[in-house]
Design a protein around this ligand. Structure first.
Ligand code: ZN
Length: 154
């Protein structure tokens, strides 16, 4: 990993720690975030409990931004994968809001509703959406902001 990649990783790790601190009421296991520059999809590795944030191989480091008041693409992906981590390690009890968000956005955990902010890939069940609701409340934002992921990462 070169110096610029390390700087990006440090910023992402700081954001991870920041969001995690907001959820200190929920104790959950976590490992460090890993960064790949390999054109793969950002993802949560359930078996190893690792979040992987991925960038293109030819990523221009000057394009990297860290805005406090804006959801930069990497931040949307980080929070999405943290929600999967939370879903799998905390396993919160499904809430009414979680069921509501699930029904609005998904047909099944891997099939999104057309025109909704749903996701393909496994694990987008009622527990996932319950975690979305918990995250939106600690991040002082709306479920919509968190769910608006144009890249439909898994
Ligand atoms: Zn997902």
């Amino acid at each position: 990993m070169n110096k610029k990649q390390q700087e990006i990783l440090n910023i992402i790790q700081e954001e991870y720690d920041y969001v995690k601190a907001l959820l200190s009421g929920y104790e959950y296991d976590s490992n460090l975030v890993e960064l790949y520059f390999d054109n793969s999809d950002s993802r949560y590795n359930k078996i190893n409990n690792i979040i992987i944030i991925s960038f293109p191989v030819d990523y221009d480091y000057n394009d990297f931004q860290n805005n406090r008041d804006k959801w930069d693409p990497w931040k949307i992906e980080l929070v999405h994968e943290m929600i999967h981590e939370f879903q799998n390690t905390v396993r919160p009890e499904v809430s009414e809001e979680g069921i509501k968000l699930y029904n609005i956005n998904q047909i099944s955990p891997s099939i999104p509703r057309i025109g909704a902010n749903g996701f393909s890939g496994n694990g987008h069940d009622e527990t996932f959406y319950t975690a979305v609701d918990i995250f939106s409340s600690v991040l002082n934002t709306t479920g919509d902001d968190i769910l608006k992921n144009p890249l439909k990462r898994i």
